[in-house]
Design a protein around this ligand. Structure first.
Ligand code: SME
Length: 152
């Protein structure tokens, strides 16, 4: 088992236990961001919330970030528009990447849906390492996303 898989195998049940339907979305997104960042030490872990035709900054852990992203723009807006997880090995080669920190080199974004399959949020993670994310992250972060979807 890879180091990454071992970490996720511990993290996913921890987040499931952490999520508390009584406290609403903000606290759960904040704790989920914190738990992922603590486990992996990623540069930035957080959420953007769909509001009309934009994504607005939600709970996160890491350096200050841009507050509004139009649908289809950046990695986040593209993931929302395409309704699919995006893995970017080198953000400097992604034509429409929106840089929030000059330390970020790779990124993963996953859409989060409500019960009617509408994208309501995106989960966004930035790493200082190139090519930090792969199918293993898509799989396990997808499990975490499912937990969050149960709140929507
Ligand atoms: N890089 C993102 C913007 C958000 S920050 O990474 C926190 C993008 O291109 O959509």
């Amino acid at each position: 088992m890879s180091d990454k898989t071992i970490k996720y195998t511990g993290l996913v049940p921890k987040i499931k236990a952490l999520i508390d339907k009584e406290i609403g979305l903000v606290g759960n997104l904040a704790n989920t961001s914190a738990a992922i960042k603590e486990e992996f030490g990623f540069l930035w872990v957080g959420f953007y919330l769909v509001e009309g035709n934009e994504l607005l900054l939600g709970p996160f852990q890491g350096p200050v970030a841009c507050t509004r992203i139009a649908r289809g723009r950046g990695v986040c807006g593209k993931s929302w528009e395409m309704d699919q997880a995006l893995v970017v090995d080198n953000v400097h080669e992604f034509a429409d990447h929106i840089p929030c920190s000059d330390k970020a080199n790779s990124e993963i974004v996953l859409p989060v849906h409500d019960q009617d399959s509408n994208v309501k949020l995106v989960m966004d993670i930035d790493s200082v390492d190139l090519a930090a994310f792969d199918d293993t992250d898509v799989q396990y972060l997808g499990e975490i996303v499912k937990e969050i979807e149960s709140l929507l």
